[in-house]
Design a protein around this ligand. Structure first.
Ligand code: SF4
Ligand code: SF4
Length: 256
């Protein structure tokens, strides 16, 4: 079910769209890049690592901390702010966002918030709703520009982020079943899942540097795609976890 209740400071966005625009002419420019509570999704980490030329393990150590938030069985990864006055985002430069083309989902989406209902094993099962968050320090709501949700998705380059976000939301539904058992985060399965979701370069070493490829039947085209591209490898990692932890048989994935 799509939630239809709206908490204070948020309102559901309908077909009429929403009034908002952002730019350096506003006196609040970059205010939102100071001390945000910024959760990074797995696809955000892939994109930021690519932009920064960093390995995911180094990125996680240098820029993130884990936090138990909405899912009691699986941590969120949070971006750590710079230890400077105002706690700016470490990627904020004097000219604005220094990772703009690869900025995280939450930065693209703001001031919107996407609510979703997904079935982890059914394609095209997503129901979604968008909310507008009104922050008192953000003057973008006072501008005249009105846009629809599809226009915002296009303008912010959100389509691929939304698609990967839907898969990630499905994984979160599965992790809520607590597949780790009594050992919790000490279990091998938890550590494998954390690596597969958040540490794609270590997952790459696991796939291509172990007996993995002899244990599963993958077609050559898929192997080529995941060898060439960390985003494709992440999508494959989600499929593998569905098989490994939940005995599902995702498309394109067969045990040997
Ligand atoms: S308008 Fe809002 S989103 Fe844009 S810079 Fe100002 S605070 Fe940030
Ligand atoms: S990633 Fe860019 S847009 Fe997001 S908080 Fe940091 S500087 Fe701002």
């Amino acid at each position: 079910m799509i939630p239809d209740s709206v908490s204070a400071g948020r309102e559901k966005v309908g077909d009429a769209g929403f009034r908002f625009s952002c730019g350096p002419e506003l006196k609040c420019y970059n205010r939102c890049c100071h001390n945000p509570d910024l959760e990074l999704y797995p696809y955000d980490i892939v994109r930021l690592c690519r932009k920064l030329g960093m390995k995911s393990s180094d990125f996680l150590k240098r820029h993130t901390r884990n936090s138990m938030r909405t899912n009691p069985w699986f941590p969120s990864v949070m971006l750590v702010m710079a230890n400077e006055q105002g706690r700016p985002c470490p990627f904020l430069s004097p000219d604005g966002c220094g990772v703009y083309e690869d900025r995280p989902d939450a930065c693209r989406m703001f001031p919107l918030e996407r609510g979703m209902s997904v079935h982890p094993f059914k394609k095209d099962s997503v129901e979604e709703v968008y909310f507008l968050q009104r922050m008192p320090w953000c003057f973008g709501h006072s501008t005249a520009h009105v846009q629809s949700i599809p226009e915002w998705i296009e303008a912010q380059g959100l389509a691929e982020y939304n698609r990967m976000g839907e898969i990630w939301a499905g994984m979160n539904v599965l992790f809520r079943r607590n597949p780790w058992g009594p050992d919790g985060q000490e279990s091998k399965n938890f550590r494998m899942a954390f690596m597969a979701c958040y540490d794609v370069d270590r997952f790459r070493d696991f796939v291509f540097g172990s007996t993995f490829l002899s244990r599963y039947r993958l077609d050559d085209a898929l192997i080529g795609r995941i060898r060439a591209d960390n985003a494709a490898l992440l999508e494959f990692a989600f499929d593998w976890l569905k098989y490994f932890l939940f005995a599902a048989q995702p498309e394109n994935f067969k045990a040997g």
